[in-house]
Design a protein around this ligand. Structure first.
Ligand code: H2U
Ligand code: ZN
Length: 347
């Protein structure tokens, strides 16, 4: 396969049913540019102007409790509202719309303003996973909600509004379209093979090894064969769980540990608090059984060559299909090297 992968080619993403264009010849020339790390102003452990810090008042006028672990509240500027009147527009093929209902929450990962998931002690890190599971349990049993999206936008480059460690949780009455697409591909695969698509994919990646980044007894992080973002990764549970609710005690701890290890590897790579959007994909909570679903998390980080040089999805990518230069195999090797370097990035 070597020569084949040295030339421009397209790779298929069976989970999203999409193609990505890979142009490895563009990285044949080694890159000797300066890797500059932007100076970061020291961040205090408590910021009186932060709307997420314990005891502070939010934009809505609500006051945060003096929380000591994680803290979840309803988003004061929620994108979805729980009681939107039901409505549907089908005027013609061109004018179709439907009302949506949902619940949007913000989760503070820790009371300290100046930490990230990379810095949390094991117990505090595990508390984040436990809070995700508790939120999932509550929102997935809500009669009006059919899907729960847990995610984190990390870093200003990814649109995070505040350095205080936090993520979001959106419960929706509808199944979002990217989730619906993954559901269709996984259902078709399961119907044909009686196993989940990601169980079989993971098995084959574990044999091939070149795209693996890190792993423990319960989870594996790898750069998928079809990665679009330069250092995109997929975190897959070894057992074919359909949601976070299925995780056993040790698997929750393993998830926390693996996420932290992966984020530390990202941070070591360019000596920066690596920006990313990450989130879990899991089965809809629509009252149906979904044996085809396989719990996983996607990490979509924008950085390409340094703490400041990012990948842009423009031009051909907006008009044709996504394109990458660095191969997924090269990206995985770089991440493994960063993880093994022992380098840490402290904010
Ligand atoms: P992001 O940093 O990923 O945007 O998440 C922060 C969320 O916090 C954002 O969705 C909400 C914003 O609406 N927020 C509040 O709910 N209350 C506030 O006082 C400010 C921000
Ligand atoms: Zn804060």
């Amino acid at each position: 396969m070597g020569a084949f992968f040295d030339y421009p080619h397209r790779r298929y993403n069976p989970l999203a049913d999409e193609w990505v264009l890979v142009s490895p010849q563009r990285t044949q020339r080694p890159w000797h540019g300066q890797i500059e790390t932007p100076a970061v102003d020291p961040v205090p452990a408590y910021d009186p102007t932060c709307y997420l810090c314990p005891g502070n008042t939010r934009a809505s006028g609500a006051r945060n409790p003096h929380y000591t672990t994680t803290y979840v509240f309803e988003n004061d500027f929620a994108a979805l509202l729980p009681a939107t009147p039901p409505n549907e527009l089908r005027e013609s093929a061109f004018f179709q719309a439907q009302s949506v209902r949902g619940i949007c929450r913000v989760i503070c990962f820790a009371p300290q303003h100046n930490v990230t998931l990379a810095d949390l002690e094991p117990a505090a890190l595990r508390a984040v996973v436990d809070t995700w599971v508790a939120q999932m349990a509550e929102l997935s049993s809500h009669p009006e909600l059919n899907y729960v999206q847990i995610f984190e936008n990390h870093g200003a480059m990814m649109g995070a509004s505040n350095p205080h460690p936090h993520g979001q949780i959106w419960g929706t009455a509808h199944i979002p379209q990217l989730v619906a697409r993954e559901q269709a591909t996984q259902a078709a695969y399961y119907a044909q093979h009686g196993r989940t698509l990601l169980a079989d994919y993971l098995e084959q990646e574990l044999e091939r090894t070149q795209r693996l980044v890190c792993a423990n007894a319960s989870f594996v992080a790898l750069v998928p064969f079809w990665a679009v973002w330069p250092f995109e990764t997929l975190v897959i549970s070894r057992r074919p769980h359909t949601t976070l609710l299925d995780l056993a005690e040790d698997e929750r701890t393993d998830l926390a540990t693996l996420l932290q290890q992966l984020i530390r590897g990202y941070n070591a790579l360019f000596q920066t608090s690596f920006p990313y959007s990450m989130g879990f994909h899991q089965q809809p909570c629509d009252g149906e059984a979904h044996p085809e679903w396989h719990l996983h998390a996607h990490f979509y980080p924008p950085l390409l060559r340094s703490a400041t040089v990012r990948k842009f999805m423009v031009g051909f990518e907006l008009l044709g299909e996504p394109q990458r230069d660095l191969t997924p195999e090269q990206a995985a090797a770089r991440l493994r090297e960063a993880l093994g370097s022992g380098l840490t990035y402290a904010q």
